[in-house]
Design a protein around this ligand. Sequence first.
Ligand SMILES: [Zn+2]
Ligand SMILES: [Zn+2]
Length: 808
Amino acid sequence: MSTMASENQYDPKASEPKWQRFWDDEGVFRFNPDEPGEIYSVDTPPPTVSGKIHIGHCFSYSHQDFIVRFKRMRGFNVFYPFGTDDNGIPTERLIEREKKVRARDMGRQEFVELCQKTLAEELRPKYVADWKRIGMSCDWTIFYTTINEHCRRISQRSFIDLYRMGREYRKDAPTMWCPECQTGISQVECQDKELESSFNDIVFNVDGKDLTIATTRPELLPACVAIFYHPSDERYNRYEGKMAKVPLFNFEVPILADERADPEKGTGIVMCCTFGDQMDMEWQKARSLPIKVAIAGDGRMTEVSGKYAGLKVREARSQIIEDLKAAGLLTGQKSIRHVVNVHERCGTEIEFLKSKQWFIKYLDLKDEMLEWGRQLNWYPDHMRHRFEHWVAGLQWDWLISRQRYFGVPFPVWYCAKCDEVILAREEDLPVDPLTDKPPVDKCPKCGHNEFVPERDILDTWATSSLTPKLCTELYKDHPVFKRLYPMSLRPQAHDIITFWLFNTVVKSRMHDRMNPWKDVMISGHAQDPHGRKMSKSKGNVVDPYEVLKKYSADSLRFWAAGCKLGDDLPFSEKDLVTGEKFITKIWNASRFAFMHLSDYDGGEGKLEVADRWLFTKLSKIIEASTDAFERYEYSRTKAEIEKFFWQTYCDYYLEIVKERLYKPDLRGAESRKAAQYTIYNSLLTIVKMMAPIMPHITEELYQTHFKGRERTKSVHNTKWPEPFKKYADEEAEKAGDLLVEALAQVRKFKSDGKMSLVKELEGIAIAANVENTKLLKLVEQDLKGTGKIKAVEYRTAEGDGVKIDFGA
Ligand SMILES: [Zn+2]
Ligand SMILES: [Zn+2]
């Protein structure tokens, strides 16, 4: 349609940016802190700055925007901020990729500066503009980035508060570690991934005899500290108290019985290696086994692995297997697919590494967590199970320190002598312990005067779990502050319930003993056209920039409105085409309507049955849609309006009133005015109800046709429609429905007979029961005028409905 752009055509490529600028310039979405009305506050997800928005963003952010625009029209004082999440591993990786550098090669200070500069000058402004481009109705002046001074201050204050509450501790212990990112990570960052591997039968030696042990991780042989079997396993009972010699490495380890050994797995006897997995760590603790670390933080083998030292884990694995083969110590090998833990950011297999890390203590709160989850209103309700499932599986306290460069620093120094923790003063926040001095001259515990700064940064989720504070505290010095928190709504996609939603609830409960919001709305995923997950590796990713180029933001949103909240939705080009058709149709219908409204004076005229029929039907849709929207079911509203507009309004009502509009001398001036009144008000209602879903075309129509009379500066600031109660008329509704039924038969008769629709018919006979005949007589004029029928006669029949005899 863009090729034929003209005055008579709507061109979304020109119009959409035009209205987005208008909304900005006119402050249409501006939150007014001084307005007394009820506040609807939204904890907008701050998207991770990634350079480009993806189709999943367009999908779930559209859903929340539908709700927000609806609430705004319902009269709420809407607080809808926007933030960007731009620190931590994802941002570091983005900058490394974009600038072709490696943080570790660059040095910390230089890399942090590069990150700040690239974000501020290149990535962030372009990124934010993309979010505007999909029609988000945020107040862009309520803006934060999770790395700015405001957010660093709040994040560090949160750390200090939780430390004082006794909710944080630092511990030197084995933790989950990503050798690629070279940092400790938390449980939520682990993902299950199925990988090809092999079970290797490896020969140990006990008293000169072979003992075969199966393992998937032969590279851990140098870290082996014991062998375990189940005490009831008669195959191995006789080894009690003996020592086994580890192949290739030739040192001895004890053979021990333990209930936790699984006789069904592999050969039923297992090696326990330092930090091999969680079981190994439990055994290490429970049996006071020695610690032999074979894998270093960079994912390479350590000195204890002898000639394999310096190799990467995978290289060491295959080298050791080769050497075992050569020595005749590998008696079997079976390919398996098994599930391993990988880091969700980089897909690297997770290792365990002993290191000093900070944790938030919360494993003791599992019962409370479940209760917190129950106190939220979940839309859809079943999403609560994901929260509960996560809580049930929680095994680790929250590891919040990261051995990275770009993020919020810990506001912490340590006494160089006694390791006492020295916290920053609140009034000094935000601080960077690497460049700022601690607030004391002497250690309060031992009096020593040298301090070591904490070099780690906070987990990015430790900051983004504070978003309700990050945005509302922008109004900290205003009286409205107290009314902003807890917030009304947290919208988000389901994949980060365990990351973001859960962590935000935890922080809010710890800090304020309340949930951060009342409602949570959870979107599903956008899928590829075949209903599969989109991924770069599958090559099935739909690029929203292409979609916007070919169609429009309105059509993209129209597609996104096509499924129930929480459901996954395959990308469907057909739906975008349907969206474009809707735009063209409502554009044309409005032009037609207003051709006949140039002399309209706003009066009601004398409403006829067809007008009352339309208002009664429309009122029912307003009621149902409002109710649906209140339950976050925007898809129902979209479907109802779409159907009403195409079928009831365009196919019938506009056709039925043509005679009244074109021939006022025949039907009377008051009848014409009533038609104008009905056209105007029903079209305005349709435009308003579609405004949350398709904000641009509806703004265009409002500004072009309605603003002169309505005055409100934007359709998005108008009031959501109320049902037209005073026109409710059941009899008119029935009569109108019969009229539609009769007209449909007339149309079918004409098209079957290859006649023009305006071809005049001499006469028809309608068979209907007494009641329906009475109703049809009320709309006989409309039937004749619309169907181009000279004469109508009636025959009494049984049953419901209408049957027309065209041979009469
Ligand atoms: Zn990683
Ligand atoms: Zn000290």
